[in-house]
Structure formats: C-alpha cells, structure tokens
Design a protein around this ligand. Structure first.
Ligand SMILES: [Mg+2]
Length: 357
C-alpha cells in the first residue's frame, strides 16, 4: 500500500462562546485537517489544532506540511508509522500539532486496513472512559450555573479553570461544590497562574472546607520544575503536569525528578500517538498515571485522544471534551458522550467522517 495523495486543509472553528483560561481567551480556533489517500482507495483523516501552548499556527502548519511533510508521505507505505514518525521528527522541529494530525491520519489508515477501531488495535484496555467537562473562567455565579448545566446533562466530573484570582477561585470551588453536591468530581486547572504559596494555600483551604477536589493541574509556571515539585511535595491532592509536560523530553525529566503526580498527555503536544505511547510507557514504568487531554480540537483530532485513552491501562483520567464547545464541527462519528463517559467509535480506524472539502 502506498500513499498517492497527501493534503492539508485549514478550517476555522467557532466556539459556542468565548473560552477563558488563566493565560488567554479565545472564541474561534484554527484546525488543520490532513487527508491521506492510498493506492487501494483508503482515505486516512485526522487534524491538528495549532495552539499557543505548542507555539504553532495554521499558516505555519500548512507551510511545513506542503514544503516538507507532504513529499515524505507521498509514495510511502502508510503502515510503516514508526519509520515515518522518525523521518518527520528528524526533519521538522516543533510543529507538534501538524505531526499529531499526520500521525493520527496514518493510524486511521492502519485501522481501516485492519478493519478494526483504533482503540482495539492499540490494545483495547477499555471501551469507554469518564471525562471531565471544562468550565472556563467567569464570575462565580456563571461558573456555578455552567457546572449545574453540565451535571444536568449527565456529566459527573467538572474541570474548573482558575489561576487569575486565588481568592475568587476558592469562593468559586466552594460554591460549585455546594451546588453540585458531594458525588460530582471537581478538578482544578490553573494554567500556570499561581505562585507556590497560592497553590499550597488554596489546596489547604479547600481541604479544610471539605471541597474534595480530585486534583490540581499545572498550578505554577511551566518552566519552573522545582516550583511544581515543591507544590507536589506539600499537597495531599494529586498535582498534574500539563504545560510542564510539553515535549517527550520534558515528560521524561519530570517523571524522573518526581515533579508531579500525574502527566497530562495531549497528542498535540507529543506530536501524535506514536510518541504519546512512549510517554505513557515510561510514566507507567515509574508508577505515574497519565491523563489524556485535548486542545481546542475538532472531533477529527479529539477522536484520536479518545481511542488512545481507551487503549492503555495507565490512563487514569480523561479530559476529552473539546467538541462540546464547538458551534459546528466538520466531523461526524469518532466518539460520543454518554452518562459522563466518552465512547470511541466501533468503526475502523478513528471512525470519523470528515466534510471539509
Ligand atoms: Mg491543562
């Protein structure tokens, strides 16, 4: 089997409402779709979500794909994924969202040619995983209202964005806990917004007040490994590394230095499934569980995260909810939500149908 045509198609995706985290607010995002066609008629699809975290843009993604990656793919055997991954990683620095989209499209072809859904082809540990739904930063009453809405739709796990005003964050978490009751899981994600002292104080106050949070994600600046390590050492709730775990090398370093309790793997950060498997493996060997998260992604990309999360035992948490915030996606299938769980498609490959042409 050979790839006869490799194309990149940029798409602008509108969100249902502006989404605010500690570091930015967005109301529309760029995704770049990748379409790989083989000589036996299989079409592999996926997409990348360029982002400030991964320091890439749609223009850059189109440029690097058309000038370098396209030529490496066309004429190649799409099932030799590790070889293609090595070749692309060797030629292209960064650009991990582009690499992720291309890598997932190769796995889509693999699944289609095997006639199996990707999560089962990768190991099939589970057939669904509970996901959090994310509530962006807003005044407390708005965040309480949003939280109530998600819970009324059957979700049992909330991820509250925080990190701009620590005292307001404490009020918000306590108000949300009071509104949703004791059985709903509450996670916090500060996106690097806290100092070491803020982080420790907030965790302790919320513990004393019985807010019962599941974990605190990326409280301190990504680059300050010792800050995150100090917070992890002084808090009882698990501390999750997200922005600190940007590259594979970052992840290895923070696992070896025991900087955090959990690593948030995003396929857009690792550059796809092949590299995400490596991060998950060395986390598992170090007895560190992982979360699988997402950027502002169409189902074209998020489906890859869902299949990945279901394939591996060491994935303890999932935050795979980006499609819930999209006004109109260009993708059908891939995964669906049911009772707070996200369930991968049983169709071959990623199981997505894409309409961007
Ligand atoms: Mg995060």
């Amino acid at each position: 089997m050979r790839i006869v045509s490799a194309r990149a198609i940029p798409v602008e995706i509108r969100l249902t409402e502006p989404f605010a985290i500690a570091s930015e607010t967005v109301d529309r995002v760029d995704n770049v779709f990748f379409r790989l066609e083989t000589d036996n008629g299989i079409i592999g699809w996926s997409c990348g979500a360029p982002d400030t975290v991964t320091s890439d843009t749609a223009e850059q993604s189109m440029h690097i794909f058309n000038s370098v990656i396209k030529g490496m793919l066309e004429g190649s055997d799409p099932t030799r994924i590790h070889l293609l991954n090595e070749l692309i990683d060797g030629k292209v620095h960064g650009n991990t969202s582009t690499k992720a989209g291309v890598n997932m499209a190769l796995y889509d072809i693999l699944g289609k040619s095997a006639g199996m859904p990707l999560y089962r082809l990768l190991g099939g540990y589970r057939d669904r995983i509970e996901t959090s739904v994310t509530v962006g930063i807003n005044p407390t009453d708005v965040m309480v209202q949003k939280s109530r809405e998600w819970v009324s739709k059957g979700f049992n796990c909330l991820k509250l964005k925080c990190g701009i005003n620590p005292d307001e964050d404490i009020d918000t978490v306590l108000a949300v806990r009071a509104a949703v009751g004791p059985d709903v899981k509450i996670r916090l994600d500060a996106n690097e917004g806290y100092s070491i002292d803020d982080s420790i104080r907030i965790v302790h106050i919320l513990e004393e007040q019985g807010a019962d949070m599941e974990f605190l994600e990326q409280p301190t600046k990504a680059a300050y490994l010792y800050a995150l390590k100090e917070v992890t050492g002084k808090c009882n709730v698990p501390i999750v590394a997200d922005e600190t775990a940007l590259t594979m090398r970052d992840s290895l370093k923070l696992i070896r230095m025991e900087v955090a309790d959990v690593v948030n793997i995003k396929l857009m950060k690792t550059g796809g499934i092949t590299n995400a498997m490596k991060v998950n493996t060395f986390a598992e060997i170090a007895a560190i569980p992982v979360m699988v998260g997402c950027m502002n992604e169409s189902m074209g990309a998020m489906a890859g995260g869902v299949h990945f999360a279901c394939a591996f035992a060491n994935v303890k948490y999932a935050d795979l909810d980006s499609t819930l915030d999209i006004a109109k996606d260009y993708v059908k299938g891939g995964a669906r939500f049911e009772n707070g769980f996200v369930i991968p498609s049983e169709e071959p490959g990623l199981g997505i149908e894409v309409d961007v042409e």
